[in-house]
Unconditional design. Structure first.
Length: 368
Protein backbone atom coordinates (compact mmCIF):
# COMPACT_ATOMS: atom_id res chain seq x y z
CA UNK A 1 0.00 0.00 0.00
CA UNK A 2 1.07 3.54 -0.72
CA UNK A 3 1.71 6.47 1.57
CA UNK A 4 -1.21 8.90 1.47
CA UNK A 5 -0.51 12.60 0.96
CA UNK A 6 -3.39 14.86 1.94
CA UNK A 7 -3.33 18.51 0.87
CA UNK A 8 -5.50 21.24 -0.60
CA UNK A 9 -4.56 24.50 -2.30
CA UNK A 10 -7.29 26.31 -0.34
CA UNK A 11 -5.31 25.78 2.88
CA UNK A 12 -2.56 27.97 1.41
CA UNK A 13 -5.10 30.79 1.14
CA UNK A 14 -5.49 31.14 4.91
CA UNK A 15 -4.53 34.77 5.62
CA UNK A 16 -3.11 36.45 8.72
CA UNK A 17 -3.42 40.05 9.75
CA UNK A 18 -1.25 43.14 9.59
CA UNK A 19 1.80 41.95 11.45
CA UNK A 20 5.56 42.21 11.25
CA UNK A 21 6.75 38.85 12.48
CA UNK A 22 4.56 38.55 15.61
CA UNK A 23 4.24 42.30 16.25
CA UNK A 24 1.12 44.20 15.16
CA UNK A 25 1.93 46.96 12.67
CA UNK A 26 1.81 50.45 14.14
CA UNK A 27 3.98 53.00 15.93
CA UNK A 28 7.58 52.17 15.12
CA UNK A 29 6.75 48.70 13.77
CA UNK A 30 6.98 49.01 9.99
CA UNK A 31 5.19 46.70 7.55
CA UNK A 32 7.31 43.98 5.95
CA UNK A 33 7.63 43.86 2.18
CA UNK A 34 6.38 40.26 2.21
CA UNK A 35 3.88 41.11 4.95
CA UNK A 36 2.27 39.18 7.74
CA UNK A 37 3.05 36.54 10.31
CA UNK A 38 5.85 33.98 9.97
CA UNK A 39 3.08 31.36 9.61
CA UNK A 40 2.57 31.95 5.90
CA UNK A 41 1.74 29.67 2.98
CA UNK A 42 5.16 29.66 1.35
CA UNK A 43 6.84 27.03 3.53
CA UNK A 44 4.04 24.60 2.73
CA UNK A 45 3.62 25.60 -0.92
CA UNK A 46 7.35 25.34 -1.59
CA UNK A 47 7.42 21.86 0.01
CA UNK A 48 4.66 20.72 -2.34
CA UNK A 49 6.45 22.39 -5.28
CA UNK A 50 9.70 20.61 -4.44
CA UNK A 51 7.90 17.26 -4.33
CA UNK A 52 6.39 17.99 -7.74
CA UNK A 53 9.75 18.92 -9.27
CA UNK A 54 11.70 15.94 -7.88
CA UNK A 55 8.93 13.48 -8.71
CA UNK A 56 8.41 12.35 -5.12
CA UNK A 57 4.73 13.20 -5.51
CA UNK A 58 4.40 10.31 -7.99
CA UNK A 59 5.34 7.86 -5.25
CA UNK A 60 2.38 8.97 -3.11
CA UNK A 61 -1.38 8.46 -3.08
CA UNK A 62 -2.39 12.13 -3.40
CA UNK A 63 -5.77 13.11 -1.98
CA UNK A 64 -7.74 16.05 -0.66
CA UNK A 65 -10.62 15.96 1.83
CA UNK A 66 -13.87 17.56 2.85
CA UNK A 67 -14.09 20.07 5.66
CA UNK A 68 -14.37 18.42 9.07
CA UNK A 69 -18.09 18.58 9.87
CA UNK A 70 -19.47 20.56 12.79
CA UNK A 71 -20.16 17.32 14.66
CA UNK A 72 -16.46 16.42 14.52
CA UNK A 73 -15.39 19.89 15.64
CA UNK A 74 -17.78 19.85 18.59
CA UNK A 75 -16.15 16.72 20.01
CA UNK A 76 -13.21 19.00 20.89
CA UNK A 77 -14.43 22.62 20.74
CA UNK A 78 -17.47 24.12 22.50
CA UNK A 79 -20.31 25.38 20.33
CA UNK A 80 -19.87 28.92 21.67
CA UNK A 81 -16.31 29.08 20.36
CA UNK A 82 -17.22 27.68 16.96
CA UNK A 83 -20.17 30.07 16.66
CA UNK A 84 -17.99 33.11 17.34
CA UNK A 85 -15.31 31.88 14.94
CA UNK A 86 -17.93 31.37 12.21
CA UNK A 87 -19.56 34.75 12.88
CA UNK A 88 -16.28 36.62 12.43
CA UNK A 89 -15.32 34.47 9.47
CA UNK A 90 -18.57 35.21 7.68
CA UNK A 91 -17.78 38.91 8.05
CA UNK A 92 -14.42 40.42 7.29
CA UNK A 93 -12.47 38.08 9.58
CA UNK A 94 -10.86 38.91 12.89
CA UNK A 95 -8.68 37.52 15.63
CA UNK A 96 -9.47 35.07 18.41
CA UNK A 97 -7.10 34.21 21.23
CA UNK A 98 -3.43 35.14 20.85
CA UNK A 99 -1.90 35.86 17.44
CA UNK A 100 -4.51 33.85 15.52
CA UNK A 101 -5.87 36.24 12.89
CA UNK A 102 -7.92 35.07 9.94
CA UNK A 103 -9.64 36.61 6.95
CA UNK A 104 -13.12 36.17 5.51
CA UNK A 105 -13.75 32.44 5.10
CA UNK A 106 -11.13 31.50 7.68
CA UNK A 107 -13.51 29.16 9.48
CA UNK A 108 -14.00 27.05 6.36
CA UNK A 109 -10.27 26.89 5.65
CA UNK A 110 -9.52 25.84 9.24
CA UNK A 111 -12.24 23.18 9.05
CA UNK A 112 -10.67 21.95 5.79
CA UNK A 113 -7.27 21.78 7.47
CA UNK A 114 -8.80 19.68 10.24
CA UNK A 115 -10.58 17.63 7.57
CA UNK A 116 -7.24 16.72 5.98
CA UNK A 117 -6.07 15.31 9.33
CA UNK A 118 -9.37 13.44 9.80
CA UNK A 119 -9.18 11.94 6.31
CA UNK A 120 -5.54 10.90 6.75
CA UNK A 121 -6.28 9.15 10.04
CA UNK A 122 -9.37 7.47 8.56
CA UNK A 123 -7.48 6.22 5.51
CA UNK A 124 -4.71 4.73 7.63
CA UNK A 125 -7.10 3.24 10.20
CA UNK A 126 -9.18 1.52 7.49
CA UNK A 127 -6.17 0.29 5.53
CA UNK A 128 -6.78 2.39 2.42
CA UNK A 129 -3.17 3.59 2.72
CA UNK A 130 -0.32 2.23 4.78
CA UNK A 131 0.65 5.54 6.39
CA UNK A 132 0.00 9.18 5.59
CA UNK A 133 1.15 12.79 5.66
CA UNK A 134 -1.40 15.61 6.05
CA UNK A 135 -0.16 19.02 4.89
CA UNK A 136 -2.47 20.96 7.19
CA UNK A 137 -2.69 24.74 7.37
CA UNK A 138 -3.56 26.47 9.65
CA UNK A 139 -1.79 24.27 12.20
CA UNK A 140 -3.46 22.93 15.33
CA UNK A 141 -1.30 21.70 18.20
CA UNK A 142 -1.49 24.92 20.27
CA UNK A 143 -5.26 25.28 20.06
CA UNK A 144 -7.14 24.77 23.32
CA UNK A 145 -10.82 23.83 23.16
CA UNK A 146 -11.95 27.44 23.64
CA UNK A 147 -8.78 29.48 23.12
CA UNK A 148 -6.74 29.52 19.91
CA UNK A 149 -3.11 30.56 20.08
CA UNK A 150 0.23 30.10 18.36
CA UNK A 151 -1.30 30.45 14.85
CA UNK A 152 -3.66 27.51 15.60
CA UNK A 153 -7.43 27.90 15.21
CA UNK A 154 -8.70 24.31 15.52
CA UNK A 155 -7.07 21.32 17.22
CA UNK A 156 -6.51 19.29 14.04
CA UNK A 157 -4.98 16.18 15.60
CA UNK A 158 -7.43 15.96 18.49
CA UNK A 159 -10.36 16.37 16.07
CA UNK A 160 -8.97 13.51 13.98
CA UNK A 161 -8.43 11.29 17.04
CA UNK A 162 -11.93 11.89 18.37
CA UNK A 163 -13.44 11.17 14.97
CA UNK A 164 -11.54 7.89 14.72
CA UNK A 165 -12.49 6.85 18.24
CA UNK A 166 -16.16 7.71 17.63
CA UNK A 167 -16.09 5.35 14.63
CA UNK A 168 -14.39 2.61 16.66
CA UNK A 169 -11.29 2.73 14.45
CA UNK A 170 -8.71 3.42 17.18
CA UNK A 171 -8.91 2.96 20.94
CA UNK A 172 -5.38 3.92 21.99
CA UNK A 173 -3.43 6.63 20.17
CA UNK A 174 0.09 7.90 20.82
CA UNK A 175 0.81 11.49 19.78
CA UNK A 176 4.47 12.46 19.34
CA UNK A 177 4.99 16.21 18.90
CA UNK A 178 8.43 17.15 17.60
CA UNK A 179 7.49 20.72 16.72
CA UNK A 180 9.97 22.98 18.50
CA UNK A 181 7.15 24.58 20.51
CA UNK A 182 5.33 22.73 23.26
CA UNK A 183 2.13 21.03 22.12
CA UNK A 184 0.07 22.67 24.83
CA UNK A 185 -3.28 22.28 23.09
CA UNK A 186 -3.01 18.54 22.54
CA UNK A 187 -1.70 18.14 26.08
CA UNK A 188 -4.61 20.08 27.60
CA UNK A 189 -7.24 18.11 25.68
CA UNK A 190 -5.89 14.74 26.83
CA UNK A 191 -4.33 15.65 30.19
CA UNK A 192 -6.79 13.60 32.25
CA UNK A 193 -7.18 10.63 29.89
CA UNK A 194 -5.30 7.36 29.63
CA UNK A 195 -6.36 6.37 26.09
CA UNK A 196 -4.12 8.96 24.41
CA UNK A 197 -0.41 9.25 25.20
CA UNK A 198 1.01 12.71 24.50
CA UNK A 199 4.78 13.19 24.14
CA UNK A 200 6.25 16.60 23.32
CA UNK A 201 9.86 17.31 22.36
CA UNK A 202 10.31 21.07 22.47
CA UNK A 203 12.79 23.86 23.12
CA UNK A 204 12.82 24.84 26.77
CA UNK A 205 11.64 28.37 27.45
CA UNK A 206 10.27 28.99 23.98
CA UNK A 207 6.49 29.01 23.36
CA UNK A 208 4.30 28.85 25.38
CA UNK A 209 6.27 30.03 28.39
CA UNK A 210 3.84 28.66 30.98
CA UNK A 211 3.53 25.04 29.78
CA UNK A 212 5.72 22.11 28.84
CA UNK A 213 7.47 21.31 32.11
CA UNK A 214 8.97 17.88 32.71
CA UNK A 215 6.90 17.60 35.91
CA UNK A 216 3.60 17.93 34.03
CA UNK A 217 2.64 14.25 33.72
CA UNK A 218 -1.16 14.36 33.51
CA UNK A 219 -3.80 14.11 36.22
CA UNK A 220 -6.43 11.65 37.35
CA UNK A 221 -6.73 8.81 34.86
CA UNK A 222 -4.17 10.59 32.70
CA UNK A 223 -1.42 10.59 35.32
CA UNK A 224 1.73 9.34 33.58
CA UNK A 225 0.26 9.60 30.08
CA UNK A 226 1.72 13.02 29.32
CA UNK A 227 5.46 13.37 28.75
CA UNK A 228 7.25 16.66 28.19
CA UNK A 229 10.88 16.81 27.14
CA UNK A 230 12.07 20.43 27.36
CA UNK A 231 15.29 20.41 25.31
CA UNK A 232 18.10 22.91 25.77
CA UNK A 233 18.53 25.56 23.09
CA UNK A 234 21.23 24.45 20.68
CA UNK A 235 20.24 20.80 20.72
CA UNK A 236 21.20 19.20 17.44
CA UNK A 237 21.10 15.96 15.50
CA UNK A 238 22.62 13.66 18.12
CA UNK A 239 20.56 15.03 21.01
CA UNK A 240 17.27 14.63 19.16
CA UNK A 241 18.02 11.04 18.21
CA UNK A 242 19.15 10.29 21.77
CA UNK A 243 15.84 11.66 23.10
CA UNK A 244 13.96 9.46 20.64
CA UNK A 245 15.91 6.32 21.58
CA UNK A 246 16.15 6.94 25.32
CA UNK A 247 12.65 8.20 26.14
CA UNK A 248 10.20 8.63 23.26
CA UNK A 249 10.24 5.19 21.67
CA UNK A 250 10.31 3.24 24.97
CA UNK A 251 7.33 5.29 26.20
CA UNK A 252 5.35 4.55 23.05
CA UNK A 253 6.31 0.88 23.19
CA UNK A 254 5.07 0.66 26.78
CA UNK A 255 1.79 2.33 25.80
CA UNK A 256 1.07 -0.12 22.93
CA UNK A 257 -1.01 2.18 20.74
CA UNK A 258 -3.36 1.24 17.91
CA UNK A 259 -1.98 4.18 15.93
CA UNK A 260 0.79 6.78 16.17
CA UNK A 261 0.30 10.39 15.11
CA UNK A 262 3.18 12.85 14.81
CA UNK A 263 2.67 16.59 15.19
CA UNK A 264 5.29 17.28 12.54
CA UNK A 265 6.78 20.73 12.85
CA UNK A 266 10.07 21.61 11.15
CA UNK A 267 10.88 24.61 13.34
CA UNK A 268 13.53 22.69 15.30
CA UNK A 269 15.62 23.02 12.15
CA UNK A 270 18.91 24.87 12.26
CA UNK A 271 17.38 27.58 10.04
CA UNK A 272 14.22 28.91 11.66
CA UNK A 273 13.26 32.38 12.89
CA UNK A 274 11.20 31.15 15.85
CA UNK A 275 13.63 28.74 17.51
CA UNK A 276 17.26 28.12 18.41
CA UNK A 277 17.75 24.42 17.71
CA UNK A 278 20.09 22.67 15.27
CA UNK A 279 18.17 19.79 13.72
CA UNK A 280 18.84 19.17 10.03
CA UNK A 281 17.27 17.42 7.05
CA UNK A 282 18.89 14.19 8.15
CA UNK A 283 17.60 14.63 11.73
CA UNK A 284 14.00 14.66 10.53
CA UNK A 285 14.64 11.71 8.22
CA UNK A 286 16.14 9.69 11.07
CA UNK A 287 13.34 10.57 13.51
CA UNK A 288 10.83 9.55 10.85
CA UNK A 289 12.67 6.29 10.25
CA UNK A 290 12.63 5.49 13.97
CA UNK A 291 8.94 6.26 14.49
CA UNK A 292 8.00 4.40 11.30
CA UNK A 293 9.86 1.30 12.51
CA UNK A 294 8.13 1.64 15.89
CA UNK A 295 4.73 1.80 14.19
CA UNK A 296 5.57 -1.31 12.17
CA UNK A 297 6.42 -3.20 15.36
CA UNK A 298 3.47 -2.02 17.43
CA UNK A 299 0.47 -1.22 15.25
CA UNK A 300 0.86 -2.65 11.75
CA UNK A 301 2.55 0.52 10.54
CA UNK A 302 -0.43 2.78 11.30
CA UNK A 303 1.32 6.15 11.33
CA UNK A 304 0.10 9.63 10.38
CA UNK A 305 2.22 12.78 10.27
CA UNK A 306 0.27 16.04 10.55
CA UNK A 307 2.06 19.23 9.51
CA UNK A 308 2.47 21.88 12.21
CA UNK A 309 5.15 24.61 12.35
CA UNK A 310 8.34 25.47 10.51
CA UNK A 311 8.99 28.99 9.27
CA UNK A 312 12.02 28.94 6.99
CA UNK A 313 10.85 29.18 3.40
CA UNK A 314 14.32 28.10 2.27
CA UNK A 315 14.80 25.06 4.51
CA UNK A 316 11.38 23.60 5.41
CA UNK A 317 10.89 22.18 1.89
CA UNK A 318 14.04 20.07 2.19
CA UNK A 319 13.20 18.89 5.72
CA UNK A 320 9.67 17.99 4.64
CA UNK A 321 10.80 16.28 1.45
CA UNK A 322 13.22 14.04 3.36
CA UNK A 323 10.57 13.24 5.96
CA UNK A 324 7.91 12.30 3.42
CA UNK A 325 10.35 10.30 1.29
CA UNK A 326 11.38 8.33 4.38
CA UNK A 327 7.75 7.78 5.34
CA UNK A 328 7.00 6.45 1.84
CA UNK A 329 10.18 4.41 1.48
CA UNK A 330 10.97 6.41 -1.66
CA UNK A 331 14.44 6.70 -3.16
CA UNK A 332 13.70 10.19 -4.53
CA UNK A 333 16.14 12.46 -2.70
CA UNK A 334 16.27 16.26 -2.72
CA UNK A 335 19.29 16.24 -0.41
CA UNK A 336 20.31 19.13 1.80
CA UNK A 337 21.98 21.99 -0.08
CA UNK A 338 23.50 23.25 3.17
CA UNK A 339 24.49 19.88 4.64
CA UNK A 340 28.22 20.62 5.02
CA UNK A 341 27.62 23.98 6.69
CA UNK A 342 25.01 22.49 9.02
CA UNK A 343 27.15 19.52 9.97
CA UNK A 344 29.98 21.89 10.83
CA UNK A 345 27.66 23.87 13.11
CA UNK A 346 26.47 20.94 15.20
CA UNK A 347 27.22 21.02 18.95
CA UNK A 348 30.80 20.38 19.99
CA UNK A 349 31.52 16.97 21.58
CA UNK A 350 31.56 18.57 25.04
CA UNK A 351 28.23 20.33 24.56
CA UNK A 352 26.73 17.24 22.96
CA UNK A 353 27.77 15.18 25.99
CA UNK A 354 26.05 17.76 28.23
CA UNK A 355 22.89 17.57 26.11
CA UNK A 356 22.83 13.78 26.19
CA UNK A 357 23.34 13.81 29.96
CA UNK A 358 20.43 16.22 30.40
CA UNK A 359 18.23 13.82 28.41
CA UNK A 360 19.42 10.92 30.58
CA UNK A 361 18.57 12.99 33.66
CA UNK A 362 15.06 13.57 32.33
CA UNK A 363 14.72 9.85 31.60
CA UNK A 364 15.71 9.05 35.19
CA UNK A 365 13.15 11.50 36.57
CA UNK A 366 10.51 9.92 34.34
CA UNK A 367 11.64 6.46 35.44
CA UNK A 368 12.59 5.47 31.91
Amino acid sequence: MATGFFWDEKCFWHAGGNYTFTMPIGGLVQPLAAGGLPENPETKRRLKNLMDVTGLIRDLDVRSAEMAPREALERVHPASYLDEFKRLSDGSGGELGRRTPFAHGGYEIAALSAGLAVAAVDAVATGEVHNAYALCRPPGHHCLPDFPNGFCLLANIAIAIEAAQAKGMAKRVAVLDWDVHHGNGTEAIYYDRDDVLTVSLHQEGNYPLDTGALADRGKGAGDGYNINLPMHAGSGHTAYLHAMDRIVIPAIEAFKPDMIIVACGFDAAIIDPLARMQATVKTFAQMTKRIKQTAERLCDGKLVLVHEGGYSEAYVPFCGHSTIATLAGSTVDAGDPLAVAHDNRQPTPAFDAFLRQSIDDMANQLNH
